[in-house]
Design a protein around this ligand. Structure first.
Ligand code: ATP
Length: 196
């Protein structure tokens, strides 16, 4: 994939193959193009050149939390249940339990803490049990316990055959990942855990 914003060339031939049952990470400095790449993978942005081929449903958790402050957590879930044409909220409830914020179901998004807003953001991306998970800085604002629970959830989804891609400017806990890439100068290169 190639992409530029006017003269600012961001991606110069990124080639990525994400298999089923793989938990992969992409790290890179601020402005390296990670969000641009995820937006292209998720279909939000069209690459100047190149193609994305995928099988199965996407779940895209954007870096910027997109919530309506006037709606409660439960109302967000109902809204997305309709959008995803789901029969029930069973999977959403499992994600909420895993991230431990079920007790906020009736709280308006505008009253939630930053970390809890991010938990809801993540739940909305995962509640239709997608096969391919594209997660942009998914643990921003999480406390340590929640951060650990996030990785446990990601590993469970990977073990259930989902493809999970986590993008971050920080690469902690790289031993949890099956694959780690660094986005630099518009291209991806394999990164060893020790070098991250
Ligand atoms: N809509 C846009 N128009 C013009 N330039 C943009 C646009 N979006 C991003 N850029 C530029 O493209 C480059 C890559 O941005 P991108 O958000 O993809 O980086 P990133 O690796 O996700 O950064 P961060 O870690 O800070 O989130 C940056 O220089 C940014 O300023």
């Amino acid at each position: 994939m190639h992409h530029a914003y006017r003269r600012r060339v961001v991606l110069r031939g990124v080639d990525l193959d994400l298999g089923a049952g793989v938990l992969a990470g992409i790290v890179g400095e601020n402005g390296a193009g990670k969000t641009t790449l995820l937006k292209i993978l998720a279909g939000e942005l069209r690459a100047d050149r190149g193609a994305v081929r995928h099988r199965g449903r996407f779940g895209y958790c954007p870096q910027d939390v997109v919530l309506n402050d006037a709606l409660t957590v439960r109302q967000h879930l109902e809204f997305f249940r309709t959008a995803f044409a789901l029969d029930d909220l069973r999977h959403a409830e499992k994600v909420m339990e895993a991230l431990q914020f079920s007790q906020y179901a009736d709280v308006r998004a505008g009253m939630l803490s930053g970390g809890t807003r991010q938990k809801l953001n993540l739940t909305l991306a995962l509640m239709h049990d997608p096969q391919v998970l594209l997660l942009d800085e998914p643990y921003q604002g999480f406390d340590w316990d929640t951060y650990q629970r996030f990785w446990e959830l990601a590993a469970r989804l990977r073990d259930a055959g989902r493809s999970v891609l986590v993008v971050s400017h920080l690469a902690y806990d790289t031993e949890r990942l099956d694959e780690l890439w660094r986005l630099e100068a518009g291209a991806l290169r394999p990164e060893t855990a020790a070098a991250a």
